[in-house]
Write a protein that binds this ligand. Structure first.
Ligand code: SF4
Ligand code: MG
Length: 337
């Protein structure tokens, strides 16, 4: 499979009054053609900041300090440009056209005082040579594609005239407008109630067979990615701690944090099963632990875990995990150190 996006050893920091927060600490991941990749972790794990780094949407106090972000082989990290102006120019071309983002809360993205047709036609008019009439036709087609009933009659309405679920469908339509190579969805269903959540997930799941884009789904809920993603990366403390196919992650999880997350997933077949949140809180990224980021919450922690960052164990060509438990010494029953 051809890689559309390849992130190599990305590090992103935020300067704060207390010091530099190391939000993304050496993340490497690939996204293949037409692949759906889930990035899962608690809030503060660095998953959104990794993607904001890719999109060039970090807040003013954030900056990429090292690494590469290859889109079809071209490095689009700000570090690869001679000036911030050059970088911004390139990103403006890419955003909406080659890469689009779907945000958690549609209302922060839709302009409340502009009609839906204006907002939906804008990316089409900006990035293609279509006439206004053709753009309107395409906008109506997109509304139909994302399941908005009688789109012709709703084109002239304003965002507040749509329900939350319908607004999220409009955002998805806007992201699809220019056939981007990469769509990044940041917690696209979190702000919606459960039934609507399921409908929007169904929509994304159906769309993945119809469109040519590769999709990254960011979520704190492993249950959300279960039915949609081909591959899943688990993030913790600014790092990817495990990556694998959906089967690797759900049927053969290796990292104690992944195992913990799985016990928080609601299984409709086991109504009575109690969900077990993982006790403790994520590490302080102002002063990240020297060793494994999960050490303070891990029931299996060993001496070495506090002292050294775990090396990567490779289980198959799809499945990797960073945990000392899978180091060959620990597997032989000896203490790792
Ligand atoms: Fe737990 Fe150690 Fe593995 Fe980290 S490296 S997850 S602390 S066993
Ligand atoms: Mg987030």
């Amino acid at each position: 499979m051809k890689n559309i996006l390849e992130i190599r050893n990305l590090q992103t920091e935020f300067s704060t009054e207390q010091g530099a927060v190391q939000a993304v600490r050496g993340v490497s991941i690939t996204l293949g053609e037409k692949e759906v990749l889930g990035i899962v972790g608690e809030s503060g794990s660095g998953k959104s900041q990794t993607m904001f780094s890719v999109m060039g949407l970090l807040s003013a106090n954030g900056k990429i300090t090292s690494g590469e972000i290859l889109l079809n082989g071209e490095d689009i990290s700000p570090l690869a440009f001679t000036s911030e102006k050059e970088y911004e120019k390139r990103m403006e071309k890419l955003r909406g056209n080659d890469m689009a983002m779907i945000f958690q809360d549609p209302m922060t993205f839709l302009n409340p005082v502009l009609r839906i047709d204006t907002q939906l036609m804008e990316p089409i008019l900006n990035h293609t040579n279509l006439s206004k009439e053709e753009a309107r036709k395409q906008a109506i087609e997109l509304m139909r594609k994302v399941g908005i009933p009688s789109p012709e009659s709703r084109m002239k309405q304003y965002p507040h005239q749509f329900s939350g679920g319908m607004r999220q469908r409009i955002i998805i339509a806007m992201a699809l407008a220019c056939n981007p190579q990469v769509i990044i969805a940041d917690e696209p269903t979190t702000a919606l109630d459960v039934t609507i959540q399921a409908q929007v997930l169904d929509l994304i799941s159906n769309l993945k067979h119809e469109i040519n884009s590769s999709i990254i789904m960011i979520t704190h809920d492993l249950g959300v990615v279960a039915s949609i993603c081909d591959r899943i990366a688990i993030m913790y403390g600014g790092k990817i701690v495990e990556v694998g196919t959906d089967e690797d992650i759900f049927y053969d999880p290796k990292h104690p944090y992944t195992i913990g997350l799985l016990s928080c997933v609601h299984n409709p077949e086991e109504e009575s099963k109690e969900l077990k949140p993982i006790p403790g809180s994520p590490p302080d990224l102002l002063d990240p632990p020297k060793g494994c980021p999960f050490v303070d919450r891990c029931e299996k922690a060993m001496k070495i875990c506090k002292e050294q960052m775990p090396s990567v164990s490779v289980f198959s060509n799809t499945h990797e995990c960073s945990c000392w438990l899978h180091h060959e010494m620990a597997l032989k029953g000896g203490d790792v150190k």
